[in-house]
Design a protein around this ligand. Structure first.
Ligand SMILES: [Cu+2]
Length: 463
């Protein structure tokens, strides 16, 4: 009998857990047993050249230096990563938008222990969905994510249509002073409003990077907003583009990009038709608010390939079960400010304030009397969140572990998008339907991290 070490034990349990959704995906169990060598994700403190000023110190990344790597996975193929903690504080990894087994979800206290300094944790799962996702710690998140720990994940579907090029953009800000060094990550008065904005905006840790792409070619532009605060209103200037996926999931009907608003945690996949003329430049902009910003550019190279958007085949939808809306149980969720402005713990670290609440409860955090789940859901049953925003600010609300379908909104007609994060506008009411098909405790929280850390978080239990 082989000796069971912690490593092999974790591998075995992870492999068993990797067969998520056994009913629909039973044939994946045997594939899931073949866990590949793990990708090593070592958290490190480093310096990075983010501005024209001195290199920024105390930047955090996965790996030796530079931006956290874009992780490539394949739908239906086992993936493994070993988090090695090189920080002087605990950390974990959450796989945002990925329907992984609960034990792999990276939320400390709720599903896994802290990964302490010098320790490691093995993650292993089989991505059931293709698309653009991302990863980040779920521990002291404002500091750890604010200092750099946000990376993009590309889950390939071998059946996807072929593009002439692919560009992945990790959009995020940094709170830096004029000397290029970090300043306080947040201001309480802003945390009680729309959140504290960064001072330096980057795509892939660069200010306005430029990427070459074949003239007249079709580019898959995968955009992830990994910032802790900023909601983007994205436009593309200089080329025609279709929106092909939002939050990792193909849109039900492809449409021409005019402007798309996406919040922290959300992703946008565009099919961009590059201009025919060599040297022509296409600009991705954020036009929200008064400070419009160019974020990145694409430059056409070579002679035109003369490919057309209309010839691009559709992306296959992900195997997310459709909720039985007629039979679904409704769960009211009211997002509000809280009158209790008291210091409160949050999941894994506190900002020392409590400004927000879900159903009047500001998250009380890691106490001996943990908060009850918002709802206890029966495995396999359909549910609808009736979610209402009673605040004057937008909130990107993220559900872990399961994807929902947008059913209706008080703001107007909606596309039946499948997603994990809904950008709820002020005064908006939305209905999000889903099948509770993934057992465990799953967080539901605002992805403006200051809102999450000052009360706007909770969880549902599926059993
Ligand atoms: Cu919020």
């Amino acid at each position: 009998m082989p000796i069971l070490t912690r490593r092999t034990l974790l591998k075995a349990s992870a492999a068993a857990a990797g067969g998520f959704g056994l009913g629909a995906m039973g044939n994946m169990v045997s594939a899931a047993l073949a866990v590949p060598d793990p990708e090593i994700l070592r958290t490190t403190k480093t310096t990075a050249r983010l501005t024209e000023a001195e290199p920024t110190r105390d930047v955090l990344t996965y790996g030796e230096a530079g931006m956290p790597p874009v992780l490539h996975m394949t739908k239906g193929k086992p993936f493994a990563a070993r988090l090695v903690n090189g920080l002087d504080e605990p950390t974990t990894i959450h796989w945002h938008g990925m329907r992984v087994p609960n034990k792999m979800d990276g939320v400390p206290f709720m599903v896994q222990p802290y990964v302490y300094t010098g320790d490691h944790f093995d993650y292993a799962f089989t991505p059931p969905d293709a698309g653009t996702f991302w990863y980040h710690p779920h521990c002291n998140t404002l500091e750890q994510m604010g200092h750099g720990l946000t990376g993009v994940i590309v889950v390939e579907n071998p059946d996807d249509p072929r593009f002439d090029a692919e560009v992945v953009l990790n959009l995020r800000d940094w709170r830096l002073g004029g000397d290029g060094q970090f300043i306080a990550q947040f201001r309480p008065r802003d945390a009680a409003r729309s959140g504290t904005y960064g001072t330096v905006r980057t795509a892939n840790w660069q200010m306005e990077p430029q990427y070459d792409a074949p003239a007249g070619g079709l580019v898959r532009l995968r955009i992830a907003v990994t910032d802790v605060t900023r909601i983007h209103a994205l436009t593309l200037e200089g080329a025609a583009a279709d929106v092909i996926a939002i939050d990792g999931n193909p849109v039900p009907q492809r449409f021409a990009l005019d402007m798309v608003r996406i919040g922290p945690g959300q992703r946008l996949d565009l099919a961009v038709r590059m201009p025919d003329e060599e040297g022509a430049v296409v600009t991705l902009r954020d036009v929200r608010g008064t400070k419009k910003a160019a974020l990145a550019t694409l430059r056409a190279t070579g002679s035109s390939l003369k490919h057309e958007l209309r010839d691009l085949a559709a992306l296959a939808p992900n195997p997310v079960p459709a909720p039985d809306v007629a039979a679904a149980t409704h769960i009211p969720l009211a997002l509000s400010a809280t009158a209790e402005n008291v210091a409160a713990n949050s999941i894994c670290g506190s900002l020392g304030y409590s400004f927000w609440a879900i159903n009047k409860v500001p998250w009380p955090g890691d106490t001996s009397d943990p908060t009850a789940p918002l709802a206890e859901l029966k495995l396999g049953k359909s549910y609808v969140f009736d979610m209402e925003n009673l605040t004057p600010h937008a909130h990107p609300i993220h559900l872990h572990g399961m994807s929902f379908t947008v059913l209706s909104s008080s703001a107007g007609p909606v596309m039946p998008l499948v997603s994990d994060t809904y950008l709820l506008q002020p005064d908006e009411k939305v209905q999000l339907g889903f099948v509770a098909d993934n057992p465990g405790d799953w967080l539901l929280h605002c992805h403006i991290i200051e809102h999450q850390k000052t009360g706007m978080t909770s969880y549902v239990r599926v059993a």
